[in-house]
Structure formats: structure tokens, C-alpha cells
Design a protein around this ligand. Sequence first.
Ligand SMILES: [Mg+2]
Length: 296
Amino acid sequence: MRATSAPSALANTSPMSVDAQRSRASATHATHARDASAPSTRSETSSSPVARSHDVIFFDCDDCLYKNDWRTANVITAKIESYTTERLGLPRGAAYQLYKSYGTCLRGLQEERYLEHEEELEEFLAYAHDVPLEIERDERLRAMLMKIKTPKWVFTASVASHARRCLEALGIDDLFEGIIDVRAVNWETKHSLKAYEAAMRIAGVKDPKACLFLDDSTSNMKTARAMGWTNILVGTHARDGGDLIVCEHADHIISTVHDFEDLEHFREHFHDHDAQDAVPGETEDADATVTDAVPT
Ligand SMILES: [Mg+2]
């Protein structure tokens, strides 16, 4: 069983509505994504000379917008393990098996009906994300994001409250159109095309080719490519063992998100002049902060 409704806890806290975000993201975007049939896999590689235009850029949050040697990921993983063993009574390692089977442990707990009700989901998510972040403010990242003129969204498999904490710690919480989290995509994981389709609907983009995506997950690269998005793998070394990552599904691979600015293919997304006019919230609404998207 999976939840599909938008809980009241997702009510926007920003003065800007989701509709306003959509209209600001693009005045020409349709409000519905195309059918789920995935385009064929493209053969573009990091050496491809083909530049393409994109209407929206999706940034993953954890281990993408920041990297801290997976310290935050590890403590969340430990919290999930303790929740499943101590509160749900599952054997040790069950959380990892659910993650392997369903893409995320959360999805597995829902599919196998360990978490069925909204209150149970809330309790699990609050417990799992009640962690110290160990994320430093990143002025270099802020400066780069401020130069990007294309609408930017955070697209995370986590929950918006956690992503917002991360963005605030980084000092970039005012630089995105909004946060598209697991609730906003009706609990789909990033291993599902449905999550990408929902993200497009929320961002108001109809053409998958108009989407540019940065994420640290190789499996997410595979799904994003199947969706027809241009994708950039952020991270060159594996979490387990530190081996150099080889990812045939990525169009580009960069070491950290900061390197995005150095990719010649995507220079069109950057202002080459006064950076201030690229900043959502500073030109239109000085009090605006990043907001949560809601399921569509
Ligand atoms: Mg990530």
C-alpha cells in the first residue's frame, strides 16, 4: 500500500504558492507530462560535442549539493536500521535488503506494509532524519548557483524537511524554485520513471530533453537517461571502497557539483554578467525561501 494524498504537513511555508513557482519557472510550460513510454537510450557521452538547451535543472541534494564522505548518509542509514530492528522488530539487515529490493527502505516498508498509515510514515521519517548534518556553508556553491539563469529545483528521494535543513546549512536555501521530494512524487523512488514524470509536471516541463539532472547515484543516472533527461553524475568515487566510478549511463561525470560550471556544454545556463539578476528571491521577493512541491 502506498500513500498518494498530499498531507497537510506539506503545506507551503513560503509566501509564494506552487502555482506561482510554476509560472515563474516557465511561462510556456505545459502542466502535464507526456506518456510514460521512455525514449530509447541515447549514446551521448562526456566527449560529445552536442550542446543542447534545457529549460530546467534538477539537483539532487544528499551527496550531490554537498559531500561529506557520506557521514550524513551513514548516520541516516544507522537510524533506519535501528528503527526497523527496535521499533518494527525486523531482523538486522532487513532495512538494507528492503533498500536493495525497492530502491529505498522507505519504499520497501510501504510495499511490505510495515508502514501503512500517515502517522507511521511521519514517525519513521522524523526518526530517520533526526541527525546532525555536518554540512558547512558553501560560498563557492552559492556563487555558482547564483550565476545560473535556468530555473533550478532540488529533486530528492528524501523528505523536504531534511533537504531544507541541508540547503540552509549550505547557505543556498533561497536559490531554488522549490524542493521536489518523495512525497511530491507520490512516494516513487528515483528508480521509477514515475518520479521523473512527476518532477517534470511540478517543474512545468513537457519535453524530457529540456531537463538537466545532477545526481550522485549511478542507478539514478540510468533511470534519468531512460527518461530522456540529460544527466550528470556528481562524484567519481564509490561510497563503498572508494573505487573510481564507471557509469555508462551518465552523459557527463564531475567530481563535485562545483565542477558543473566548468562544463563547456552547459555554459549557456550561466550569466556572464551581473550575477544578482539570476537569483530567485532577490529580484522578485526578498523574503522568498525555498518551498516544498506537492504531489500532482
Ligand atoms: Mg544523492
